[in-house]
Design a protein around this ligand. Structure first.
Ligand code: NOJ
Length: 561
């Protein structure tokens, strides 16, 4: 049965631009909820927890890889693109989950690792045994020497010494941009392109609403280049978009392209490549802004990325399942951020920091809220990482990036209420260190507390959802006389929101230039408190440390026209 035939109680709105208003919740099936008690989260468990996800006020779920995989890169090493890892359930469980999510008005974006497979994928096993030059061998990128493509950087600098690895069966080197067990697919081979399209159609028939395309700058290679962002890669994305969109005009492609803003922007094409792209350079600059108590890092980077094709949208984020990557900063900035947020060197991985949001902020509620206010009001669709809504901690003693992928903390019961299995059977251990232990930090506890971070996030997402300006509005930075205060307007027709945030650890006063807003009355959104009308002078505000405001600008308390 395909997506159009299934009798689904589908509460999705039919808007093809739905992703502009998306609030995305990113999660790992493995770590969310274990329904069958084997210690590993599963689709049945996730489906049971959909009401919780809906209660947050998010409207889109992004699933980390759930495909069969040897899991040497936690599923980013796929061995079958059309299956479900047996630990997570089966295809019927997946279907039931998608249908239930749609029934609640929640869309589902799935991870698709397009650049590489696992070396256990049957394509690779076939390729290494096939004769050199054969169509089967040609699914991957081979060379007789390991000095080809010498201009290409290594990404996993802590583990890999070369992008080539020797395969004793093929008696040749194969190309890999990530771990050596992740051979890169050869997109110069049209059969590989067709395989990818077939994979996408397979999941579209199950009803998925979009694909996060992993590592797309590296899709196509060419000699004497750095093998990133080649025109051939862009041509391939345009081709994929064209092929999919006729039948599925509401399906999105979300680019994972960890690049400087000008290059990342190119993944929108002329509105004919990806619908969305992660804004990697903005992320570290939000952390930089509060560390330096200055609005400049955010303003500078955003000014360069405000103009994108009308139908495209940035995906903005604070944390995710990877290390907080510091690739898109200068070396001096990286050292500063490392010193500030990862003084303990065990927290550093590759060019980043493997910590969750709350530990990064020293569990300081004011800074956690402030960062969320930025995330939820700067241009783009925000992505929230599971567990950060309750201020979960991490475990830097676990290997690789596992420390930020531990089980969701549902309650103070055994295994944090995540699973009924014996603790050693858990996919990853729950957090038990006293400061972040599940005994203290869990959903049940925060559900009951009107002042909890969880309930604050719910309330803030509700407010955001009432204003089209956040997802769809224009963005204008406002001049102030205080560099510690970031002030900007988000405007969508008569919905005008003034956002102002004190990035400093001390109290601040500011005067904001609002030349064309004279006579309007700011109404603070959370309490609906009217503030003094905007007059001829610059508008004055005072702030506690790390405080913020969202104001609706009204005609004397009523909506503007
Ligand atoms: C980016 C993903 O976010 C990361 O988790 C993964 O290890 C690499 N791509 C390789 O697939």
């Amino acid at each position: 049965m395909n997506r159009h035939e299934r009798p689904v109680r589908n509460r999705l709105n039919g808007d093809v631009l739905w992703y502009k208003d998306a609030v995305i919740y990113q999660l790992h099936v493995k770590s969310f909820f274990d329904a069958d008690g084997d210690g590993v989260g599963d689709f049945k468990g996730l489906t049971q927890k959909l009401d919780y996800i809906a209660s947050l006020g998010v409207n889109t779920i992004w699933l980390l890889p759930f495909y069969p995989s040897p899991r040497r890169d936690d599923g980013y090493d796929i061995s079958d693109y059309r299956g479900i890892s047996s630990q997570y359930g089966d295809i019927d469980d997946f279907q039931a989950f998608v249908d239930a999510a749609h029934g609640l008005g929640i869309r589902v974006v799935v991870e698709l690792v397009v650049n590489h497979t696992s070396d256990e994928h049957p394509w690779f096993q076939r390729a290494r045994r096939a004769p050199a030059g054969s169509p089967e061998r040609d699914y991957y990128v081979w060379s007789d020497t390991d000095d080809k493509f010498a201009e290409t950087r290594i990404i996993f600098v802590d583990t890999e010494k070369s992008n080539w690895s020797w395969d004793p069966v093929a008696k040749a080197y194969y190309w890999h941009r990530f771990y050596s067990h992740q051979p890169d697919l050869n997109y110069r081979n049209p059969e590989v392109v067709e395989e990818l399209l077939d994979t996408m159609r397979f999941w579209l028939d199950k009803g998925v609403d979009g694909f996060r395309l992993d590592a797309i700058p590296h899709l196509v290679e060419r000699e004497h280049t750095d093998n990133e962002n080649l025109p051939e890669t862009h041509a391939l994305l345009k081709h994929i978009r064209k092929k999919l969109e006729r039948k599925h005009p509401d399906v999105i492609l979300l680019a994972e392209a960890n690049l400087w803003q000008q290059e990342a922007r190119e993944y929108f094409g002329e509105g004919d490549e990806c619908h969305m792209a992660f804004h990697f350079p903005l992320m570290p600059r939000m952390f930089m802004a509060i560390a330096k108590e200055s609005a400049k890092p955010i303003k500078t980077i955003l000014r360069q990325t405000l103009s994108i094709p009308d139908e495209c949208q940035w995906a903005i984020f604070l944390r995710n399942h990877d290390e907080l990557t510091l690739e898109m900063v200068t070396e001096a900035e990286r050292n500063f951020l490392w010193e500030t947020y990862a003084a303990d060197k065990r927290a550093r991985l590759n060019l980043g920091i493997r910590r969750r949001l709350s530990p990064l902020m020293g569990q300081d509620r004011r800074r956690i809220e402030l960062l969320h206010m930025l995330l939820l009001s700067l241009p783009g669709s925000p992505v929230l990482y599971y567990g950060d809504e309750i201020g979960m901690g991490d475990n830097i003693d676990l290997g690789d990036r596992d420390g930020v992928r531990t089980p969701m903390q549902w309650s103070d019961r055994e295994n944090a209420g995540f699973s009924q299995a014996a603790p050693p059977k858990l996919a990853l251990p729950v957090i038990t260190d006293p400061q972040f232990s599940y005994a203290a930090i869990n959903v049940a506890e925060q559900d009951d507390d009107p002042h909890s971070l969880l309930n604050w996030i719910r309330q803030t997402l509700r407010l955001r959802a009432e204003h089209a300006a956040f997802g769809r509005g224009s963005m204008r930075f406002l001049k102030t006389d205080n560099d510690s205060v970031l002030a900007y307007l988000r405007e969508c027709r008569d919905d005008i929101i003034l956002c102002a945030a004190n990035l400093s650890k001390t109290s601040q006063a500011v005067r904001i230039d609002l030349p064309d807003m004279q006579g309007l009355v700011p109404v603070e959104l959370t309490g609906e408190t009217m503030f003094p009308a905007i007059g001829r002078q610059r508008y004055s505000l005072t702030f506690q440390p790390y405080a913020y405001f969202w104001f609706k600008l009204t005609n004397n308390g009523a909506a503007t026209s």
